[in-house]
Design a protein around this ligand. Structure first.
Ligand code: GLC
Length: 729
């Protein structure tokens, strides 16, 4: 349907029908199901049933048959036959669940994110969904915030590369294409930086901080054509994002040229009243429409007030028209006017959901996500078996040892029963000749449910005393991660820590596997662990992947996309901090920027991760280039696999602008290359350095390149690099 046709359609619409397009309600409130009690939730939402035929979209309803029926009923009632858009939170997989985004960020392999999102799109589209509220690309530096699990981490460059890959995975090149979903980048903006790491709390950042760290990854999504943007719950510099004209009109629309749809987060328009910047329903409607929110999710201020606001001259109807037109454009782009059911197909659903190919994709993505943080000659188990010259007797303990569902948060379409193999089962499959004894494997309840700790009796682990190696499967329950899951204590629960120390007392090698949706405070147990594998939540392939990594069938290649703090008191701790005027350089002297009781550096820094292989770096060099090209230098380094185990290494490029108008981070990631090296092989890895990479936001918030001295760093993580300083113009 051409744009003019859409304008003709718009011209036929009554104001009430237009306002229906600007409203999104959950299915029960849509009234399409005659059994739904429309006096119940509707009355709480002040919804007049006569509006319902014109509501423009719904969220988090699933299933081809269900959504085909809902669309059919809707179209029968809609005067102009404008189809619904079915939107949903498909964040890391629909039914085939992939690792949480923070884990995918730690793969340092954007291609994997594209694969995961493409599979999620195929399954979600077959189930009748048209658009997903993903990728979330909020920059995160505070693991107290439960939603760090949904982000790819603390670095905007890595987040940008990952976000572009996700959008391309979901959307492909054409939204009409079968098996594609429109994507929605969220939460605009800076939701990942709430004071105290407490969800929904205040965000207050200078424009320079926003532009330098928090905004770039949203822009990256726009650069690859993301269809929608979702505003966040938080204030940005004292104005809630959904009522923030500067954010949406000045930055998103005018400066970045975004002409897609903006949707509020769940009832965020309503919350401008709670925030205290809207006096009442009418002002909430006016302020958010004027600021640029097109779709009001799960509140009804637009549809209840806009007519009177327009009649009384307090609101331009043109604002309504431009919002409606963007929504009609999105429906056109999805092909919904020609085919309102798009890819909804019961047959395709059956054929695609958790099919072999998708489960294999889940494995291929997950196997590159876990991060080996410590390994003192105990892993892989196959090597231990060889060293001992006998079949291993493995002791397995901890609340995650026998858990099947390790999907993590936001796997909302996933059946929540323990459907996948547990770590116990997968280990037994991977090492059929091994004997595995278990102890203290009761599941752990969640803090969300008021359960403080797992049940544990120290004498239980004595049964493991004659094992050759002990594995503790510990962590935080998935229910304690994600939205409204902020915590002030990030240590493992006391009984889990006791379990690990008790295992240590048995005098055998102890391997700790940590399941979490965030960096936890693991220092208290680190001395009791000979090896520690950060497992995150890896989805359907979780146990198979972990068994293969622990045995050595696979080689860990994850690198941290978010720093692990020594303790909560260090937070925010991130690698790209400013030097300050009094850097401590690790010295315990007074009058420098340091703590009396803790080092400044993270326990495990951004980019860190071990492998079973050993990689040596040598011959770093930087050649400067003259001329007009944007490439001003080339940096290279030789990487050699000096072990007898093939493996993957992520070579990381960091830069530092030595002197600028404003302070610059001590280092900033500007490139990474994940390479595979056979045993004994070597490779020269080269990066082009461009003026764009070296540019920054100056004191007047202009993005500029300034000639001068730059430190170029290449290495295996943000704390271990070679360095060459050059003058570049
Ligand atoms: C939630 C989340 C957002 C999600 C939306 C719809 O509150 O903040 O990420 O997409 O509501 O479920």
């Amino acid at each position: 349907m051409e744009k003019t046709k859409l304008q003709e359609l718009l011209a036929q619409m009554t104001l009430r029908e237009k306002l229906g397009q600007l409203t999104q309600l959950i299915p029960p409130l849509l009234g399409v199901d005659p059994d739904v009690d429309i006096t119940g939730p509707l009355s709480e939402m002040n919804i007049d049933p006569e509006w319902l035929p014109e509501i423009g979209s719904t969220l988090n309803a699933f299933g081809a048959e269900n959504l085909r029926t809902m669309q059919e009923k809707h179209l029968q009632r809609s005067r102009l036959g404008i189809p619904l858009i079915f939107m949903a939170d498909i964040v890391h997989g629909y039914k085939t669940i992939f690792p949480i985004p923070l884990a995918v960020g730690s793969s340092f392999n954007p291609k994997l994110y594209e694969t995961a999102c493409a599979v999620a799109a195929k399954e979600g589209a077959a189930a009748g969904i048209h658009l997903t509220f993903a990728p979330m690309t909020d920059l995160v530096r505070d693991p107290r915030w439960g939603r760090v699990m949904e982000s790819t981490g603390e670095d905007h460059y890595l987040n940008g590369e990952m976000t572009k890959a996700a959008v391309l995975g979901y959307q492909g090149k054409d939204l009409k294409e079968k098996g594609r979903l429109a994507a929605c980048v969220k939460h605009f903006a800076a939701y990942g930086s709430p004071w105290g790491g407490r969800d929904y709390n205040t965000v207050d950042l200078s424009e320079g901080m926003l532009r330098e760290f928090y905004l770039p990854a949203y822009k990256a999504a726009l650069d690859v054509g993301v269809a929608m943007v979702m505003t966040s719950f938080n204030t940005v510099n004292r104005i809630p994002a959904s009522a923030n004209k500067w954010l949406m009109r000045d930055i998103l629309r005018k400066e970045w040229g975004f002409d897609g749809v903006v949707i509020s987060d769940f009832a965020a328009v309503d919350e401008t009243i709670t925030h205290g910047v809207s006096a009442d329903s009418a002002e909430a409607a006016r302020k958010c429409l004027e600021a640029g929110v097109d779709i009001e999710m799960m509140s009804t201020h637009y549809i209840r007030n806009a007519e009177e606001l327009i009649r009384s001259g307090k609101l331009e109807e043109a604002l309504i028209d431009e919002a409606v037109l963007r929504i009609l454009e999105l429906k056109k782009a999805l092909g919904l006017f020609e085919n309102p059911y798009k890819d909804a197909s019961v047959e395709d659903e059956k054929a695609l959901i958790q099919c072999e190919e998708h489960l294999q994709a889940a494995y291929d993505v997950a196997v590159e996500c876990p991060v080996l943080l410590k390994n003192e000659d105990v892993l892989p188990l196959q090597a231990l078996e060889k060293k001992l010259g006998k079949d291993l007797k493995i002791g397995l303990a901890g609340p995650f040892a026998c858990m099947g569902n390790l999907s993590g948060g936001w796997a909302i379409a996933k059946a929540d029963d323990d459907v996948s193999t547990s770590l116990l089962g997968a280990l037994q499959n991977a090492m059929p000749n091994a004997t595995i004894e278990t102890a203290a494997v009761r599941h752990m309840g969640a803090l969300q449910a008021g359960i403080e700790d797992m049940e544990y009796y120290p004498e239980e682990v004595e049964a493991l005393a004659d094992c050759d190696v002990l594995i503790a499967a510990v962590g935080e329950p998935a229910a304690d991660t994600g939205e409204s899951a902020s915590k002030t204590v990030l240590r493992l629960s006391p009984n889990q820590e006791r379990l690990i120390h008790d295992l240590r007392k048995l005098g055998k090698p102890v391997v700790v596997v940590v399941f979490s949706g965030r960096p936890l405070e693991i220092l208290p147990i680190l001395d009791s662990a000979d090896a520690l594998l950060q497992a995150w939540f890896l989805g359907d392939a979780s146990s198979r992947v972990l068994a293969d990594l622990l045995t050595g069938k696979a080689n860990p290649s994850g690198r941290l996309s978010m720093s692990f703090p020594v303790n909560v008191g260090q937070i925010p701790v991130h690698y790209n901090a400013y030097r300050t005027g009094r850097p401590s350089h690790g010295q315990k002297i007074r009058f420098v920027s340091r703590y009396l009781d803790c080092e400044n550096e993270a326990l495990f820094p951004f980019g860190f991760g071990l492998s079973y292989s050993q990689f040596a770096y040598s011959n770093m060099a930087v050649d400067t280039l003259d001329g007009d090209s944007d490439v001003v230098a080339k940096a290279r380094i030789t990487v050699e696999n000096v072990s007898d185990i093939p493996g993957m290494e992520t070579v990381q490029l960091y830069i530092r602008d030595v002197v600028a108008q404003v302070v610059r981070p001590m280092k900033e990631l500007r490139g990474f290359r994940k390479i595979y090296l056979e045993a004994g092989a070597r490779q020269v890895v080269e990066f082009e350095i461009t003026r764009q990479m070296l540019s920054y936001w100056d004191a007047d918030n202009r993005f500029i390149f300034e000639p001068g001295e730059f430190e170029i760093m290449l290495g295996r993580n943000s704390a271990e690099t070679g360095s060459v300083t050059v003058s570049l113009a």
